[in-house]
Design a protein around this ligand. Structure first.
Ligand code: BGC
Length: 494
């Protein structure tokens, strides 16, 4: 790429082209995440008949993928530090393709479980690495948007898969669905997987990782494309300087100030799951069947769930920088509590035949989509200091997948033992706790630079920042265009 410094608009244009390419890859990673985690919702009923599964096995059919996700998320940091972000993402795309094909073909339940775990490894890796890769390659100004875009792609994947599942289920009768339909549902995942794999060959390696490997000459052309000539060389220096600070180990996370950040991250990640969203996302058709709807009606209602999730995520993208993360979390978890209380009551009193359950499940999903869905991922990308963000986010992400595992594994037996009313009330209690936890502990991060957020933990002001009244950023903003790598002071670029 030739120098663009003499043309004021050029660096911005070059950067946008690049950011778009990266966004497409991020979007596909998110899409696979949503697609593969939700595909089982349409297939599970038919698989239950095909393999004659009991409740525990049904839970296992859904959550085996999550086991792979936990392992994939845990290993992604170490693997990508060693082999590079791009290579590990390519590896994940291949795992995903193998997982999709493998889940579609087997004649034994064990064969299916193994294939889902392999696919899960791929999802665990992409769910952690796509945001990380974006954060490392995107210009700072686009970073937040890219994280939220990832969530948007996830819900698009979920929505798409409900649609595809419904189309496949409607194609044949119940006998065909039990024999073949569910296989097509999994098998079709090969297509987005292949697209992801092919596109990955067109994106560059993370310049940050290249510099860490002491390969700045390979990083510079990439940074030139992103930032233009003026800032690219400075970026190399800045990244090098940031690694000097990165001698910090995980132990830092357990010291008094940052410990709060870790607690906020891990607890919010777990709460995003134990408030029950994936009981609805993965088992929606089964829940609707329990209210008396037929196979096709329940799949159509499930599409409605996907549509509401999709539309309200768009609303969240619009609101997140306007009203702030905290306000969305408070209102969202409050409304989730209300809806879950009503759904529980409907099952408790047997009033499930009318539209009541559907309406409140939709309200619950809308409330999640506008709050915990995107906001938790955004907060996870914001609250940890630069130098330990990777490791800390991996810990929180593992907590999220583990909580997801517990919910998806225990939901079917809980429906059977505790009953649907008690199950939804437990999710409701968790939502109430989320509201309380957010109010008391979670600081507002809207409008603060990452450096300002970092100081919230170290100077002990996180508690006061947890109060919405103090959420407007009043701290002095650094002056200048970039930090001097030697002194750390902010200096002007021109
Ligand atoms: C969660 C997923 C969930 C999805 C639903 C995401 O933020 O992490 O577990 O399936 O939202 O939209």
């Amino acid at each position: 790429m030739s120098s663009t410094a003499s043309m004021p608009n050029e660096p911005q244009q070059v950067s946008m082209k690049f950011v778009t390419l990266v966004s497409i890859v991020a979007a596909l990673g998110g899409l696979l995440f949503g697609f593969d985690t939700a595909v089982v919702s349409g297939a599970i009923g038919f698989m239950q008949s095909r393999f004659d599964l009991n409740e525990v096995e049904v839970g296992w059919a859904v959550s085996s993928l999550i086991i792979g996700c936990i392992v994939g998320a845990a290993g992604s940091g170490v693997m990508s530090d060693r082999f590079g972000r791009k290579k590990v993402l390519i590896f994940a795309a291949i795992l995903f393709i193998i997982g999709s094909l493998g889940s579609a073909l087997p004649d034994t339940f064990t064969g299916y479980i193994i294939a889902r775990m392999i696919g899960g490894l791929g999802i665990g890796i992409t769910s952690t690495l796509c945001p990380l890769y974006n954060a490392e390659i995107a210009p700072a100004a686009y970073r937040g948007r890219l994280v939220a875009l990832n969530q948007f792609a996830t819900v698009t994947g979920i929505f798409l898969v409900y649609f595809v599942n419904s189309g496949i289920a409607g194609y044949g009768d119940d006998a065909w669905d039990i024999a073949m339909g569910w296989r097509w549902m999994f098998g079709i995942g090969v297509l987005p997987g292949l697209l992801f794999l092919i596109l990955l060959f067109f994106v560059p390696e993370s310049p940050r990782w290249l510099i860490k490997q002491d390969r700045p000459l390979e990083a510079l052309p990439i940074l030139l494309k992103i930032h233009g000539d003026d800032l690219a060389r400075q970026e190399v220096l800045d990244i090098k300087a940031s690694f000097k600070e990165e001698s910090g180990s995980l132990r830092q996370l357990f010291q008094p100030g940052l410990r709060v950040a870790l607690i906020v991250g891990v607890v919010l990640a777990a709460l995003q799951q134990v408030t029950g969203i994936n009981a609805v996302m993965y088992y929606a058709p089964e829940i609707f069947k329990a209210t008396g709807a037929g196979t096709n009606a329940s799949l159509v209602q499930t599409i409605l769930v996907g549509l509401i999730n999709f539309l309200f995520t768009i609303l969240a993208l619009w609101l997140i920088d306007k009203v702030g993360r905290k306000a969305l979390l408070l209102v969202g978890s409050g409304l989730m509590t209300l809806s879950l209380a009503v759904i529980g009551a409907a099952f408790h009193t047997g009033h499930t035949s009318g539209p009541l359950v559907l309406i409140f499940i939709l309200l619950y999903v809308a409330s999640f989509a506008v709050s915990l869905g995107p906001v938790v991922w955004v907060i996870l990308s914001e609250i940890f200091p630069n130098r330990i963000r990777g490791k800390a986010t991996a810990i929180a992400s593992m907590a999220l997948w583990m909580a997801d595992y517990i919910v998806s594994q225990s939901f079917p037996p809980m429906l059977n033992t505790a009953g649907p009313a008690m199950t939804f009330w437990i999710f409701g209690l968790m939502s109430l706790f989320t509201c309380f936890f957010t109010w008391r502990v979670v600081p507002e991060t809207k409008g603060r630079s990452l450096e300002e957020i970092e100081t919230l933990w170290t100077d002990g002001s996180a508690a006061s920042a947890a109060s919405p009244a103090s959420s407007a950023s009043t701290a002095a903003k650094p002056q200048g265009d970039y930090p001097d790598p030697e002194s750390g002071a902010w200096v002007n670029g021109k």
